[in-house]
Design a protein around this ligand. Sequence first.
Ligand code: AMP
Length: 576
Amino acid sequence: MSNSSLRSSTPFRKLSELGEQIEAATKRLKKMYLAGEFLDSIPLEEVEAASLLLIGQPFPRTSQRTLDLDWSALSQILQELLNPPPNTISQFFSETGDIGEVVRRIYQKSGGIRQTTLFSIPLTILDVYQTFSEIADIQGSGSRKRKMTLLRSLFTRVTPLEAKYLTKLLFRDQRIGFSEGMLESTIARKYNAPLELVQRANMLRGNVGELARITRAEGVDGLQKVKLRPFTPLLPMLAARATDIDDVLQQYDDEWAFEMKLDGARVQIHLQENNGATETRIYSRRLTDVTASLPDVVNLVEQEISVFSCILEGEVIALGPDGRPLPFQNLMRRFRRIREVEMMTEKIPVTLFLFDLLMLDGEVLIDSSYGIRRESLSSICGSIPLVSQIVTRNTEEATRFFQKAIQEGHEGLIAKRIDSPYKPGSRGKLWLKIKQTMETLDLVIIAAEWGTGRRHKWLSDYHLGARDPETGDFQMLGKTFKGLTDAEFEEITQRLLELKIDQPGRIVVVQPQIVVEVEYDEIQRSPRYSSGMALRFARIKRIRYDKTPNEADTIQRVRSLFDSQFKRKSQSDEVG
Ligand code: AMP
């Protein structure tokens, strides 16, 4: 980079100051105005980076890049550079609950970094964006050390305020009240583009920063040219919860398609033929590329589906030898696998069930109805099974289908409106899920952690334990911060502080007194806790002040629920 371009590129300090102004502005419109003016004033080649950094994304949403650096890496760098007195970090943290603000205060208190030659060259927006990319690109042995070297190079060149914003980016914890959705609105307002067009282009492209640049450079015409491309995953459409079949039928006056809800992993499969060779990539629900872990699925799709290009959606589940689904955890072992994939492919074979088709031979189908998409899907899927489905408006028929799903070891049903388009990223009422509810458990709060962000004033992460009648102790089954209202957080915090026994770090250990009724999706095997079990998606249904800890559920009851749920699934958990 020449000196002149270095000079003309915008300092990161400006973006940090903008962050402060946006945070301080109370009105949405003011926030959007500030962002719009800024993005319009900087050189065009910085717009993508600045837009993404402003919403706290070091990389575009659909990018596969990750920094892989945690708090211990940053804390080591802070020690080396500033050597903050012991306890300052935890003290600042409990005062602010905002990790970026903690780092700013540490910089400020220690008087900042000593002037160095590097420091005299201010960090630019592009420096930060490019260095983050370089950090993400470092892989293999010794990578942590090399990543830390680059990170340190950034943190040696910053003012306290810039340190705050670098930290927020590092942990993707922006919290200035400026979301991706607000950036979309900003772009629409600033360049007179219809908001729907901006949203649609963003959904198709998966990089809102690129869109900001395209719109500023080419306006509405540029946005209209944005097309769905294979290998840019779309956010999955999700289902809202319905209480039961009647609840579904009441919500829309026509027939519904009921599909079995398989308890596996969502996959979005992109396939494209290029000069006679087929390329296939598989993305997880969180848009991570998991192709390398699923060579069997790639082979199957390439064998069975002969089209020029398509984007398919489905669920991958692991089936035991008896043909019943294995617990979700077994499947996850396949997904995390990068080495010894072949061995695991044999040990945990997976089965693919398809349920949607979002693009076929270049034609985008997300605006077509579910009915049409499903029909096209069945015409191209070869021998790959589609998720079982019935179309009805009859309560008894749908209830029988629900029971069949449960008997076969599945989670329940997803009802889909036949006339519905595919809405990426939305959890609306066009799809409704009906699950079998698990019996709730009455558990005791044995410790609690100070929350972060909005919840930082409260003890709001609760460690839940079941009673062990043999020892009189409580055995931990998991943590949750879900389910309580603000008033309940406030109240329970006071009570827990009265019950405090010890406070190692941010955890407050309490006398096991408060009983809470807990809902959850599943009991999983877990090496993390002494009970060997953990609750998946635990949430507090209500506080049971009417119950004493002696009336809480026992670990034996949890174990028997675990066993019964396990019988519902396959008998053969012991794979691998
Ligand atoms: P939930 O995670 O409870 O919000 O449910 C949504 C998830 O159900 C999706 O992400 C899929 O992984 C899964 N799923 C299972 N069967 C289906 C189906 N037939 N249609 C759509 N999603 C399904």
